[in-house]
Design a protein around this ligand. Structure first.
Ligand code: 13P
Length: 245
C-alpha cells in the first residue's frame, strides 16, 4: 500500500507573514493519514521546519545545486537544505527545465546530490501541449524518466511527479483517462527498472484544486498531488489533504 502524498510547491511566493498559512494548515489537517509536504521558498525553510515541529508535515526545497559547495553565486546546495531541516527537494520542475534550460542529464546530477545529503527527490516529468498534440507524450515521459533518475532509485529516496506543462497554472487538466494512461505507463517503467518500483509514489500535478482532488487521487497509480497555486492558502490545501486521506 503506497501512502498518499499531498505536496505543496509554493514556487516564488511567500514572505515571513505567509508562515501563518502553515500554522493554520497544521490545525486544519490534524488526523490526516496522508503525508503532507510543503516546499516554500528557501528563505522560509528554516522557520517553517521550526513551526512544523512534530506535526508530521515535511518541509522541502524547490531545487538544489549538483555540488556540495563552491563558487556558484546564487545557488543552494543539498547539504544546505538538509542543514536547515529540509527532508526532500523538488528537482526538474518544468519551470526549471524550460526557464533555466535544465536537461534531464543535469537534473540527474542534482538528484544524486540530494541523495548524498539524505534528501528524497521529487522528480518532475511532463510533456508540453505541442508534444501531446503530436502524439509524443509517452516517449517524452520515458526519455525524461530515463535521463533524470539515477541508478539506485528506491521508494524511500524518490517520488515522481507527472506534471503536464500545459496543465500548470492554467486551470486545464487532462481527462482522467489521459492521467491514468501516463501514470500506468510510469509505473511500468519504474517496475521494470527498480527493485522497489511498485512502491515509488507517482504524484499528479497541474491545476489540482479541492474540487477536483478526490477524483484525481482515485485514478489508477495516482499516489497524490504536487500542488502549486492551491497550496498557498491553508483552507484550499487542507481540502486537498482531505482528498488524499
Ligand atoms: P498549479 O497547481 O498552480 O497548476 O501548479 C502545479 C505545479 O507546477 C506544482 O509543482
Amino acid at each position: 500500500m503506497r501512502r498518499k502524498i499531498a505536496a505543496g510547491n509554493w514556487k516564488m511566493n511567500g514572505l515571513k507573514a505567509s508562515i501563518v498559512e502553515l500554522k493554520e494548515l497544521i490545525t486544519l489537517t490534524k488526523g490526516a493519514t496522508c503525508e503532507i509536504v510543503i516546499c516554500p521558498p528557501a528563505t522560509l525553510i528554516e522557520e517553517m521546519v521550526h513551526v512544523a515541529g512534530d506535526s508530521g508535515i515535511v518541509i522541502g526545497g524547490q531545487d538544489c545545486h549538483w555540488s556540495e559547495s563552491g563558487a556558484y553565486t546564487g545557488e543552494i546546495s543539498a547539504p544546505m537544505l538538509a542543514d536547515v531541516g529540509a527532508k526532500t527537494v523538488i528537482l526538474g520542475h518544468s519551470e526549471r527545465r524550460s526557464l533555466h534550460h535544465e536537461t534531464s542529464d543535469y537534473i540527474r546530477t542534482k538528484v544524486e546530490a540530494a541523495w548524498r545529503a539524505d534528501l528524497s527527490a521529487i522528480i518532475c516529468v511532463g510533456e508540453t501541449e505541442a508534444q501531446r498534440d503530436s502524439g509524443d507524450t509517452l516517449q517524452i515521459i520515458k526519455d525524461q524518466l530515463d535521463g533524470s533518475i539515477p541508478d539506485g532509485a528506491t521508494a524511500a529516496n524518490t517520488i515522481i511527479a507527472y506534471e503536464p506543462v500545459w496543465a500548470i497554472g492554467t486551470g486545464k487538466i487532462p481527462t482522467y483517462s489521459q492521467i491514468a494512461e501516463v501514470h500506468d505507463f510510469i509505473r511500468v517503467q519504474l517496475v521494470q527498472t527498480y527493485a522497489t518500483g511498485e512502491d515509488i509514489r507517482i504524484l499528479y500535478g497541474g491545476s489540482v484544486k479541492p474540487s477536483n482532488a478526490a477524483e484525481i487521487f482515485a485514478i489508477s497509480n495516482v499516489d497524490g498531488g504536487l500542488v502549486g497555486g492551491a497550496s498557498l492558502n491553508a483552507t484550499d490545501f487542507a481540502g486537498i489533504v482531505t482528498a488524499a486521506g
